[in-house]
Design a protein around this ligand. Structure first.
Ligand SMILES: Cc1cc2nc3c(=O)[nH]c(=O)nc-3n(C[C@H](O)[C@H](O)[C@H](O)COP(=O)(O)OP(=O)(O)OC[C@H]3O[C@@H](n4cnc5c(N)ncnc54)[C@H](O)[C@@H]3O)c2cc1C
Length: 469
């Protein structure tokens, strides 16, 4: 059977959050057309297979696509996010993307959507239901699969699990019908945190939970990520305090201490030095709740689980058949490899603002639409490398500050940032009443400290890059 021939301006592989945010800007800022291809039956990527109790971990206000609000505009009145902006549930995020596709993208007449299709490379894809293959004649190829988001329901753990072990992804916690003798939660990233919080919320005794934490993490206080006027002092104040802490620090270790002292970083156990930083965002109430779990296993990564033992890098702990082992070891956005965003016909969306893959995809699409020269485009879209280890915070923050500086120097980018829904922060700063002395003082602190903080980060970077011994 020969390939069906199609033609488009932008061929986008992946209709996850990144592909959707990119397509949305191309639709609103150009007259080009688009083909979106994805293996999943619905847009929204990993949200198709999310666990039932997942929510965003950052405010809904700056998630989704630029052209459509996701947030309900409400603050949570109950629970561990009380007082802070709403966090859309996984179901709400999925419904939102479905709505964007059905009511905005497809009616535009400029988007063709191919769900249930496997992208094969070289402009080709195959429909997994019909077996039909397609070749697309395209102007630009957008690889919106690059971040390689990995979630527990679809990933393969990198340790062995013996037959007969009660081992489930955190998605399946909701399928339990008979209480086990205990739980072992494997993984200390955002999904591990979610699993532990959900068990506690459902009144599981904290002493019935053992939490395998290969590395402790530096966490971000959600109160400092609120894009609304009422939280100006937290959000913008945290930026200023962050830069001041960096400047005042005498060493990298001292910098982390100061970042914690000023409230920029949180950690679960004050006695254990975090070695991981993935940008997970959490409320202080959630941290308090997590501290109720006392059986935290810090013996490195799991190597193997048998019916009687969990074998870790640095030790062995007992287990039993009537204990449920909850896999939270997938690493959400996982690809640490970076490459230029713009390379001829190929566009590879990556992070250009820290913690914000969706805003980043929209910003990259805007640069694609509004600028011609490839070097200039790549200069405006310097890749902010994904953090993994604690010290990656340094490279990540330095790269983001460089982008922020470059955008500030470019009139077009400045205007675009002020207008874009996914950028909650530029507007906050721009809308400050000049008579509001407190807020002006915070902005002055940021302006004064940012260049010195950027220099200090460069110093630390060269220390890290210098060979030891
Ligand atoms: C639990 C959780 C909470 C999160 N909360 C937030 C938050 O609050 N704020 C925030 O900014 N970010 C958050 N994130 C991160 C964010 O949602 C996304 O993970 C990130 O934006 C990456 O999206 P993506 O589109 O690159 O990846 P994906 O969602 O994985 O999308 C990639 C798509 O590509 C498709 N694909 C891959 N290969 C092929 C192929 N060969 N052929 C066809 N299709 C293919 C996949 O089917 C998938 O649909 C969260 C992530 C998780 C896991």
């Amino acid at each position: 059977m020969s390939d069906i021939k199609l033609k488009t301006d932008y061929l986008i592989a992946g209709s996850g959050a990144v592909g959707m945010a990119f397509a949305d800007i191309i639709l609103s800022e150009t007259d080009k057309d688009i083909i979106l291809v994805d293996r999943y039956p619905k847009p929204g990527g990993h949200w198709n297979v999310a666990y039932p109790y997942v929510t965003l971990h950052q405010p809904s206000q700056y998630y989704g696509v630029s052209s459509k609000e996701l947030s309900s505009g409400l603050k949570d009145q109950i629970g561990l996010n009380k007082g802070l902006s709403d966090l859309a549930s996984g179901q709400a995020v999925s419904a939102y993307y479905d709505d964007v596709m059905r009511h905005q993208f497809l009616p535009s007449g400029r988007v063709q959507y191919f769900p249930m299709c496997n992208f094969l490379g070289d402009g080709r894809f195959v429909c997994m239901l019909s077996g039909k293959t397609y070749t697309v004649d395209h102007q630009k190829m957008v690889d919106a699969t690059w971040l390689k988001t990995s979630v527990p329901s679809t990933h393969k753990p990198n340790f062995k699990v013996e037959d007969g072990v009660n081992f489930i992804p955190l998605n399946d916690l909701t399928k339990i019908t008979k209480a086990p003798d205990g739980y072992v939660v494997i993984g200390a990233g955002k999904t591990g945190i979610d699993a532990v919080l959900w068990l506690l919320e459902n009144r599981v005794d904290p002493d019935n939970i053992r939490w395998i934490m290969p590395r402790d993490a530096w966490l971000l206080d959600r109160k400092n990520t609120q894009p609304s006027e009422a939280f100006f002092e937290n959000t913008m104040g945290a930026q200023a305090s962050q830069f001041e802490a960096i400047i005042a620090s005498k060493s990298i270790e001292d910098m982390f201490n100061r970042l914690e002292d000023c409230g920029y970083f949180l950690r679960i156990d004050k006695n254990v030095r975090p070695k991981m930083f993935h940008g997970a965002t959490i409320s202080k109430m959630e941290v308090e709740e997590l501290r109720r779990v006392k059986q935290v296993i810090r013996l490195g990564r799991v190597q193997r689980i048998t019916k009687t033992e969990i074998i870790l890098d640095q030790g062995i702990i007992p287990t039993r058949a009537d204990i449920i082992h909850v896999d939270c070891s997938a690493r959400a956005v996982s690809n640490e490899e970076i490459k230029p965003v713009f390379e001829g016909k190929l566009i590879t969306p990556q992070m250009v603002r820290s913690y914000q893959p969706v805003f980043s995809a929209a910003a990259i699409a805007h640069v694609e639409a509004a600028y011609e020269d490839e070097d200039e485009k790549n200069r405006l879209c310097g890749v902010v490398p994904l953090p993994n280890h604690d010290t990656d915070y340094i490279r990540f923050t330095a790269a983001f500050m460089m982008n922020q500086y470059n955008w500030g120097q470019d009139r077009g980018m400045r205007h675009w940032l002020l207008d874009n829904r996914l950028d909650g922060f530029s507007k906050m700063a721009a809308n400050v009443d000049p008579e509001d002395a407190d807020k002006i003082a915070i902005l002055k602190r940021i302006r004064k400290s940012a260049p010195m903080a950027a220099m200090k980060l460069q110093q630390y970077l060269s220390q890290l890059e210098r060979p030891t011994g």
